[in-house]
Ligand binder design. Structure first.
Ligand code: ATP
Ligand code: MG
Length: 261
């Protein structure tokens, strides 16, 4: 299981994280390879979001190391990791309700723009070109996710499946090298979940790291080539879907936990 030495992916080695007396992650290692959709599963409270937050720099383990494409990430916060090309979605939808989908995607892009917010009021010609380029990229991202037709709609008028795709559009508009998704299928119906899976497969590229965190085992089995299983803060298994399916520890955890999935 401890193969976290791949140089070109997103790698964590020996991460331990505790809050007060509560040990949330214990000596966890994981290696996310480019070009592969990696899944992280585990029952509620297993530590999936905590590990996710360690990858994005929101949490910092008391022990362990992380790196991306060979560059050490230790001590880097979310903004610095985003600058390295690591982008994320939130377990709960995080869209500005008063902005259109297009504007929501542009907010993500504006954070990366060279000119400051002041130029929004007094744009120079160069800044206008930059704004047009940002809009072009935002529209291309919405189209890539198949939701370009809703670009000018407000989040409150759209179903959860479309909003989830819009969140991913916001992530890809920034041209990331790694996309980390925490429970992207939460709150989606079966049709929306299918659309989401199709969209994720479509945006996969050989140089992209893609992590999907879920507690829906079936979804992860169908979508991912590489799967990690977390339980009570410990990585209990990793491998291909077939390998994971055959692991007695995984069967034990999921037989006891299937009821709420
Ligand atoms: N900031 C924090 N302070 C204290 N405890 C925390 C914090 N973040 C997470 N925890 C605890 O860590 C444990 C793991 O939580 P985490 O949210 O990582 O689980 P999860 O696998 O994502 O669960 P779910 O499937 O419900 O999303 C829980 O006991 C949780 O209460
Ligand atoms: Mg979680």
């Amino acid at each position: 299981m401890m193969e976290a030495s791949a140089g070109n992916g997103l790698v964590v080695e020996g991460i331990s994280l505790g809050f007060g007396g509560l040990q949330v992650l214990s000596d966890v290692s994981m290696s996310l390879r480019p070009g592969v959709i990696t899944g992280l599963i585990g029952p509620n409270g297993a530590g999936k979001t905590s590990l996710f937050n360690c990858l994005t720099g929101l949490y910092h383990g008391q022990r362990g190391r992380s790196s991306f494409a060979g560059t050490a990430l230790n001590g880097l916060g979310p903004a610095q990791r985003a600058a390295c090309g690591i982008t994320r979605s939130f377990q709960n939808l995080a869209m500005c309700p008063d902005l259109s989908l297009l504007e929501n995607v542009l907010v993500g892009l504006t954070l990366k723009r060279r000119s400051g917010w002041f130029s929004a009021f007094v744009p120079t010609p160069a800044q206008r070109v930059e704004q047009q380029e940002a809009e072009r990229r935002a529209i291309a991202a919405l189209n890539e996710l198949g939701i370009g037709a809703f670009a000018h709609d407000k989040p409150s008028d759209l179903p959860p499946g479309t909003l989830r795709l819009a969140e991913i559009a916001r992530a890809i508009a920034c041209d990331p090298r790694a996309i980390l998704l925490d429970e992207p299928a939460a709150g989606l119906n079966a049709v929306e979940t299918r659309d989401l899976m199709r969209a994720l497969r479509r945006l996969m590229r050989p140089d992209l790291v893609l992590l999907v965190v879920e507690h829906d085992m079936d979804l992860i089995m169908e979508l991912c080539e590489q799967i990690y299983v977390l339980n009570f803060g410990k990585m209990i298994a990793s491998g291909t879907p077939a390998e994971i399916r055959a692991q007695p520890d995984v069967i034990r955890v999921y037989l006891g936990d299937d009821a709420d999935d």
